[in-house]
Design a protein around this ligand. Structure first.
Ligand code: BTN
Length: 247
């Protein structure tokens, strides 16, 4: 899948670089990696701390040819791939907080941002943005993030080669993406559920339609999170923010 890797020094956001290349016709499998981002972005319009030399900041161009409504499946696939990759390069306990944050001891270690461009309800291309806080130290974070964010260095006590993280991610993503194209979302759903730390725990969800409490019980075949409410009804949730899981 990954057929060309562009290593850049400083960019505003690897998402912007990858998007520009995708618009110019870059094929699926084009991977942009930067040493430093000056305006790294996260989900829900947040910024993403991306200091030079300390993390993996990368964006992958995908052209999966699937209907727009299945885009959440790719987000979940990317989370499974990254979780397996980070487990393979560290011996840390890492779990997935829905939909695609990876947590160690309740703190966020990486983030995934999928930005899609569609035409007639079909995905033209998807830019999968991956940020892994590899060798950040406590002083690299703004104080307000210290309770919620961490790095592989802080958790493991040792420096980790960023190239090892990139190689492990490519390996896992290629494997799972091929599986997805052959067998559909079923196997990915099973793997995601096994790695999730947010299932079967009462949680609060902040969705565009309002906020509510419920217990996530799994994923449906589209990739929506199934949440059981206190009245016993089960609702599919495609997009929301979830409160931090209790350890
Ligand atoms: C999140 O958890 O909010 C998602 C964070 C995604 C960060 C990555 S770093 C590489 C790519 N470029 C960006 O500007 N964002 C993504």
């Amino acid at each position: 899948l990954v057929r060309s890797i562009k290593l850049l020094d400083t960019v505003d956001s690897t998402q912007n670089v990858a998007q520009r290349l995708a618009e110019e016709g870059a094929p699926e499998g084009t991977l942009i990696i930067a040493d430093h981002q000056t305006s790294g972005r996260g989900r829900h319009g947040r910024s993403w701390v991306s200091p030079a030399g300390k993390g993996v900041w990368m964006s992958l161009v995908l052209r999966p040819g699937i209907p727009l409504q299945f885009a959440p499946q790719l987000t979940l696939l990317a989370a499974v791939a990254l979780c397996r990759a980070l487990k393979s390069v560290t011996s840390l306990e890492i779990g997935i907080k829905w939909p695609n944050d990876l947590l160690i001891g309740g703190k966020k270690i990486s983030g995934i941002l999928l930005e899609s461009t569609a035409e007639d309800e079909r995905l033209r291309y998807v830019i999968a943005g991956i940020g892994v806080s590899v060798n950040l130290e406590r002083g690299d974070y703004p104080p307000e993030l210290l309770d919620v964010a961490t790095s592989l260095l802080i958790e493991s006590g040792g420096q980790i080669e960023r190239s090892d993280v990139v190689a492990a991610f490519i390996r896992e993503f290629e494997h799972l993406y091929a599986l997805y194209q052959q067998e559909g979302f079923g196997p990915i759903r099973t793997l995601w559920e096994a790695l999730s730390v947010t299932l079967h725990k009462l949680t609060r969800l902040y969705s565009p339609a309002g906020e509510f409490e419920g217990t996530p019980i799994g994923l449906d075949e589209r990739g929506a999170l199934l949440v059981k409410k206190s009245d016993g009804s089960i609702v599919p949730v495609f997009s929301a923010e979830m409160s931090a899981p209790k350890a």
